[in-house]
Design a protein around this ligand. Structure first.
Ligand SMILES: C[S@@+](CC[C@H](N)C(=O)[O-])C[C@H]1O[C@@H](n2cnc3c(N)ncnc32)[C@H](O)[C@@H]1O
Length: 271
């Protein structure tokens, strides 16, 4: 069967099931089944029986709301490919703003800590942008750290990964960057099925207020670690609260908007 025809059939199935971007998703899954480039797909490549069987497997997983990034095993972030599995959050495009803002702030020999590193996408992208600095990724999840380590090796980056509650195992930091869980516990049930049923809860749950981990990290930074700069991704409506917590720790603050116009990153500076 022509891959393009198989892709069209899958698109219709996904569309019927209410899955967004059905056309792109169907193409990516079909190309993955046949190991086809975009050009091969559109130039009329065939899928052999085994490949069609794989595609049926992918389709049934996607129809059970498994995110396509887990089925494909990868997601692109900041122009690089990261391996992902259900042990890590799928990197989001809005998080690229953190990398963009922080990479311009790193000086030679700085120690940069990525708290809650997940797939390692922030730490690895920062290393790729500024290979001068010492970059450390921390996470509470051993499985996430293993995934981050694999990605670091894949991208030939020298990053250390440490299991730690927030920055508690860190003694020195010039820059702290973090995309920590920020969804209030009572809002988790309202998330789309493909997030709440598939992505790890420890990567989403920000506690009762949503900002519990962020608050703890901010006071640890203000009182003990004293980095030069902290950059935090925040959820919708949280930025002003986070800026207030940073000011309480004598930091000067800035709020940056993502491409959707949402207040997404709060930066705190200590001089
Ligand atoms: C929203 S995900 C972000 C992952 C990755 N940095 C990204 O941007 O795609 C949050 C990460 O924080 C980790 N995490 C949750 N609680 C933590 C804690 N107390 N200390 C360190 N990391 C934690 C989770 O395991 C998860 O990998």
């Amino acid at each position: 069967m022509k891959a393009q025809k198989a892709g069209k059939d899958l698109k219709e199935q996904l569309e019927k099931a209410g899955i967004e971007d059905s056309s792109l998703e169907a193409e990516l899954l079909t190309r993955h089944a046949g190991n086809l480039t975009r050009v091969e797909f559109y130039a009329g490549a065939d899928l052999v029986t085994k490949e069609l069987e794989s595609l049926h497997g992918f389709a049934s997983r996607r129809l059970k709301n498994e995110p396509s990034a887990y089925i494909l095993g990868a997601r692109e972030f900041y122009g690089m490919k990261f391996q992902v599995s259900p042990s890590v959050l799928i990197p989001r495009p809005e998080t690229e703003l953190l990398v963009q803002l922080v990479s311009g702030e790193i000086h030679d020999n700085d120690t940069v800590i990525d708290i809650g590193t997940g797939s390692g996408c922030i730490a690895i992208s920062l290393f790729d942008q500024t290979s001068q600095s010492k970059i450390i990724g921390t996470d509470i999840s051993t499985l996430a750290l293993q995934q981050a380590q694999k990605n670091a090796v894949e991208h030939k980056t020298e990053i250390s990964f440490i299991r730690s509650h927030l920055a508690s195992s860190i003694r020195i930091a010039d820059i702290i960057v973090a995309n920590l869980p920020y969804i209030p516990t009572n809002e988790l049930a309202k998330l789309p099925k493909e997030i709440k049923n598939w992505e790890p809860l420890h990567a989403l749950n920000g506690g009762h207020t949503g900002i519990e981990l962020l608050s703890e990290l901010i006071s640890d930074c203000g009182q003990r670690l004293k980095p030069r700069l902290i950059a935090l991704e925040v959820g919708f409506g949280q930025a002003k609260n986070i800026a207030r917590l940073l000011k309480k720790q004598d930091a000067s603050t800035e709020i940056h908007h993502d491409l959707a116009g949402i207040e997404r990153v709060v930066i705190g500076r200590w001089s």
